[in-house]
Design a protein around this ligand. Structure first.
Ligand SMILES: Nc1ncnc2c1ncn2[C@@H]1O[C@H](COP(=O)(O)OP(=O)(O)OP(=O)(O)O)[C@@H](O)[C@H]1O
Ligand SMILES: [Mg+2]
Length: 349
């Protein structure tokens, strides 16, 4: 009996990778992270969730590797190992059974970057060749995952704020009408908090501490009641452990740069959107999704600045994966997607 591999959808993110298996749903949702030996051979100790558990608690002979940055592959080999691990874990089948795959990519990446994603996926064990491997622009996938009417003659706007990228797009009739992709997301917000603590307290805090501060205290609007949190780090001069008390007001100030950059990206897209579609968006609102969209008050900040309705996704972490997953479940829909947001395997290899 022939074993047929299920189609899969993959959302390869800077911070997290998700794999959707046809008819099963999102079965992998793990950090895009590896822990490897620091010596020349870079033997892999752990990938994904296991790597997160291990990271920060290991001896100095290992290091963490994030193979993607700004939504793009930076370390090809590590990306390939990571994807191979996720694909095998997702389909739980032998190497002989290769799935068809639909994979997200940032808007307007170069042909070289597209090829890198495809090559990494093929090495990781998905099928190659015509009608086997499809790349879909991230905001289109997110819009589909949110259940927006992407194939209808109406305009929908989606803003996907991830770890490394913010992609704003207007979608209509199965294609992206206008889009803007900036290297701005949750990781940059963490970096702003790290920089603020350095300036104010001469103290270095870790990336995870900064992320915790962002989630617990960070906001795009000033909080009604100021809150404070204690953080631990290293004094930059004495190099000894130090503690500092951060206020929500100062964290809010540190996050204004990223929030304004996201707002500018949205304004840029709106300024290039045809008037009829603008009317649709005024009515149905701007849909925010991606992990970074959960920054407290970001939806309200954008709504106030633009005087437009803004809706936060119910499952912001999974929109793009649910979108490519919907295509895996309904492969015939691929034929209805316009050329701009749908990049068929086209003999680029
Ligand atoms: N409650 C929250 N408030 C603010 N930020 C959050 C919250 N929860 C998660 N995040 C941030 O969301 C980011 C991850 O989002 P997501 O998983 O959508 O990114 P990604 O898809 O891997 O990245 P990209 O699409 O940019 O390549 C992280 O930077 C994380 O800190
Ligand atoms: Mg993403």
């Amino acid at each position: 009996m022939a074993i047929i591999a299920p189609d899969i959808g993959m959302d390869i993110g800077t911070a997290n990778t998700r794999v959707y298996v046809k008819k099963k749903g999102v079965v992998i949702d793990e950090p895009s992270l590896l822990v490897v030996d620091r010596n020349g051979r870079h033997a892999i100790r752990a990938i994904g969730e296991e790597a997160r558990t291990l990271a920060g608690r290991t001896a100095s002979d290992v290091m963490e590797v994030r193979p993607l940055s700004d939504g793009m592959i930076r370390d090809f080999d590590m990306t390939q190992y990571m994807l191979q691990y996720f694909v095998r874990k997702a389909i739980g089948a032998s190497r002989l059974v290769k799935p068809r795959a639909i994979i997200t990519i940032p808007c307007r990446v170069s042909p070289i970057e597209r090829r890198a994603v495809k090559r990494a996926a093929v090495y990781a064990g998905v099928r190659s060749g015509e009608n086997q491997l499809f790349l879909i622009e991230k905001p289109f996938a997110s819009a589909l995952g949110l259940g927006l009417p992407v194939f209808d003659a109406v305009g929908s706007m989606v803003v996907d704020i991830g770890g490394g990228t913010c992609e704003a797009a207007v979608i209509s009739l199965g294609g992206v009408v206008a889009s803007r992709s900036i290297r701005m997301g949750g990781i940059k917000m963490d970096e702003e908090i790290i920089a603020y603590v350095k300036r104010e307290f001469n103290m270095v805090i870790g990336e995870r501490t900064a992320e915790d501060v962002k989630v617990s205290l960070g906001a795009a609007l000033p909080l009604k009641e100021e809150r404070r949190v204690l953080v631990r780090g290293r004094d930059m001069i004495t190099r000894l452990p130090q503690t500092a008390e951060l206020s929500s007001t100062r964290v809010y100030e540190a996050l204004q740069g990223p929030c304004n950059a996201i707002l500018s990206a949205i304004e840029h897209v709106l300024s290039r959107t045809p008037p009829e579609l603008l009317g649709d968006i005024m009515r149905s609102g701007i849909h925010l999704t991606g992990g970074g969209s959960q920054l407290f008050g970001l939806d309200q900040f954008i709504a106030q600045e633009l005087q437009m309705p803004v809706l936060l996704a119910r499952e912001p972490n999974n929109s793009a994966a649910l979108g490519v997953g919907h295509l895996a479940d309904n492969i015939e829909l691929l034929h209805r997607i316009g050329k701009s947001s749908f990049l068929r395997e086209d003999g680029e290899e």
